[in-house]
Write a protein of this length. Structure first.
Ligand code: HEM
Lengths: 222, 119
């Protein structure tokens, strides 16, 4: 591992704020949503009864949509760099996928150098974008046009919304495991959840290609 | 402390990809929203037409109020409340009101009894 000293600002303040807002909304939306689907009445009671749980779900859906949208519009540069990173797939990314970055026991092999996000994180990025889009385009019609849509179409929205939730919850569970629990990668947790920094040595090792493009503040000041 | 940061400039490629994804999402979302608004408008139109239809059918009827319908008045006078018109008379209540919920088994028993009597 590289012995470079210092810290890297990986996630800016607004990014962390948006991530927190989206996370909290997602958890509560997921809990209330599964409560509706499986008719778990206790969950509804926690949110003040069936009607209120539904109101909470819908209005948190609004925050869940408007939060990232505001972030994208006010941080267009950051958003564009993110999209650029996750839409760049090189040989190194495919090699990463073959070895799954060394995270799966038994899958051995050399892990190639990665960008700011490794190939797995890039795929998760797309999955989150697609899942959120599907939540928006099914959730709002289920709320606002439920009496206008043909019942079959409304039913289709419900089905897509539910299976979208299943996929998103499983993906986010994996994301949580790798970012917060797995000993090799849990340093990421403190970075996104608290001050945005990671150790330079960790970054130089896990995100070698990205690290090479960074600028050193002390050089800037000099 | 020795700190490192991302460069804040935006390359042409980054800009194009960022705006591309945003535009594609907006267009796809816009098309779906347009479709939804059309469905909503069509549904409102249908509701308005249906309401108009019901009102105009109603307006064309000669008898528009049940309590002024001579046949109904006659049924009351001759059968439901002999000698006068008394809505909610005991017989009217018994014969004209529906039963539901817990009252259903009792109703079934009563109907069975009638059919035995008729037989
Ligand atoms: C854009 C954001 C969202 C909106 C506007 C939205 C809206 C809705 C609406 C209107 C319903 C119908 C139930 C009711 O009205 O009470 C619903 C159900 C549901 N939602 Fe959401 N929702 C959103 C995001 C999410 C997210 C992020 C999840 C999960 C992580 C989720 C999971 C569910 C589930 C599982 C159901 C039950 C589906 C079913 O019964 O088939 N929703 N949602």
């Amino acid at each position: 591992m590289s012995q470079v000293k210092g810290k890297v600002l990986k996630h800016a303040g607004q990014t962390r704020l948006m991530h927190w807002i989206h996370l909290i909304c997602f958890v509560i939306l997921g809990i209330t949503g599964l409560g509706f689907y499986f008719k778990i009445i206790t969950i509804d009671y926690i949110f003040g009864g069936i009607g209120n749980a539904s109101v909470v779900h819908r209005w948190l859906g609004v925050v869940f949509t408007v939060g990232p949208l505001l972030y994208i519009l006010t941080n267009f540069g950051r958003f564009s760099r993110f999209i650029d990173t996750i839409s760049t797939f090189t040989k190194d990314d495919f090699k990463w996928l073959k070895t799954m970055g060394g995270y799966i026991p038994g899958l051995k092999g050399e892990v190639p150098p990665q960008d700011k996000y490794n190939a797995g994180q890039k795929l998760l990025g797309w999955l989150v974008i697609i899942c959120c889009f599907l939540f928006f385009v099914t959730g709002f019609p289920m709320w606002l046009w439920r009496h206008a849509m043909p019942p079959q179409l409304l039913g289709l929205c419900y089905d897509i919304h539910f299976w979208d939730a299943v996929i998103a919850i499983l993906a986010v569970a994996g994301h949580f495991f790798l970012a917060a629990i797995h000993p090799k990668s849990r340093v990421e947790f403190a970075s996104m959840m608290t001050n945005g920094y990671v150790e330079a040595a960790v970054s130089a090792h896990h995100n070698e290609k990205w690290f090479a493009t960074l600028q050193n503040d002390s050089e800037l000041k000099a | 402390m020795n700190t490192f940061q991302e460069k804040t400039n935006l390359t042409r490629r980054q800009f194009l990809r960022g705006s591309g994804v945003l535009a594609a999402t907006a267009i796809l979302g816009g098309i779906l929203a347009k479709f939804g608004f059309n469905v909503q408008a069509r549904s409102q139109e249908y509701i308005a037409q249906r309401a108009n239809g019901l009102y105009s059918l109603d307006e064309r009827m000669t008898l528009r109020k049940s309590h002024e319908n001579p046949e109904i008045l006659q049924i009351y006078k001759e059968f439901l409340s002999p000698g006068g018109v008394t809505p909610l008379s005991e017989k009217a209540h018994h014969l004209l009101h529906t039963k539901y919920g817990d009252e259903i088994p009792e109703l079934i028993a009563e109907l069975k009894q009638h059919s035995h009597q008729a037989a």
